[in-house]
Design a protein around this ligand. Structure first.
Ligand SMILES: [Zn+2]
Length: 293
């Protein structure tokens, strides 16, 4: 045991990984209390497990060693990976789920999750964009950890991507282009409606209806641009407001230029993929002639 893990109940439900760890999947247990969840994850008949369980009181239990393949994700997909269990670490959050009265996640649980997740990400060199919910990797079957999970608070620690502030317009004005872009971001879009619901649950939880609207399109576009930019997780307080005020204009100009450059690159990439779904007049809006220096 160490300071991050208070107890160990080793589960028989694991096997060998066939690829290195690069993703963390967060779940809720949808059960009444940690004891039933531990019982189930240690039951060989149940054939389910996770690497860690965090109780609502903040107690962390290790069930499967990180170098083994725990059975938490089931049939799942992310960015070309189909065996998410092999490439991920699964963390279960003790929580009644939507089935038993959906409610806020507890504070002690969040406080235990932050250092555990941070340590996992450091040890396996996992980018914040690869911290996902179960619903992200299994949108047709799963809705956990759900719209009340505090992703934005986690993002403040640099432990997942924040929901973007919409700065750019909306380049997807037909659904085919949107789904291609959603798949590029990572989602399995076999069931388009479910994929959009999962996307909304994670990135715009106040309205989950599976419909592609302008705000949803703009969020996806911004996410694709920001994902691998590697912005610092938290602005250093010393280089905060004062410096920003002093250099505000220059920073703003740099940032705008950066966004435009990335947007142009992205549009060019997208262009190849969406050529067949876009009516020809769109091409007048796109890169070269208009934006060439
Ligand atoms: Zn789950």
């Amino acid at each position: 045991m160490d300071e991050l893990v208070q107890q160990e109940r080793l589960s028989p439900n694991f096997d060998e990984r066939n690829a290195p760890v690069e993703i963390v999947v967060l779940h809720y247990t949808e059960m009444l209390g940690p004891d039933v969840a531990i019982e189930r994850m240690c039951d060989p008949q149940a054939k389910v497990s996770a690497h860690y369980l965090i109780a609502e009181d903040g107690t962390v239990t290790r069930l499967v060693p990180e170098d083994k393949r725990a059975w938490h994700a089931g049939v799942s997909y992310w960015r070309g990976h189909k065996d998410i269990n092999s490439v991920s670490i699964g963390i279960e959050l003790d929580h009644p789920g939507h089935l038993h009265g959906y409610r806020d996640f507890s504070e002690p649980q969040f406080e235990a999750l932050v250092p555990l997740l941070s340590s996992i990400m450091k040890r396996h060199d996992i980018p914040r964009a690869n911290v996902l919910g179960h619903s992200d990797v299994a949108p047709q079957r799963k809705i956990d950890p759900g719209e009340l999970f505090p992703w934005e608070r986690l993002a403040e620690y640099g432990l997942c991507l924040p929901a973007p502030k919409i700065e750019l317009g909306d380049p997807f004005d037909n659904d085919g282009a949107f789904y291609l872009a959603l798949e590029r971001f990572g989602y399995d879009v076999t069931d388009g409606h479910k994929a959009v619901e999962a996307f909304q649950r994670r990135w715009r939880p106040r309205k989950i209806d599976g419909e592609i609207d302008g705000e949803v399109r703009a969020i996806l576009f911004q996410l694709l641009i920001e994902r691998d930019r590697g912005k610092p997780a938290r602005s250093d307080p010393r280089s905060g407001a004062g410096v920003r005020a002093a250099h505000g204009t220059r920073l703003m100009a740099e940032r705008t230029r950066h966004i435009i450059t990335e947007a142009r690159g992205f549009l060019r990439l997208l262009l190849g993929e969406i050529a067949y779904v876009m009516p020809p007049w769109h091409f007048e809006l796109l890169p070269s002639a208009r934006y060439r220096r």
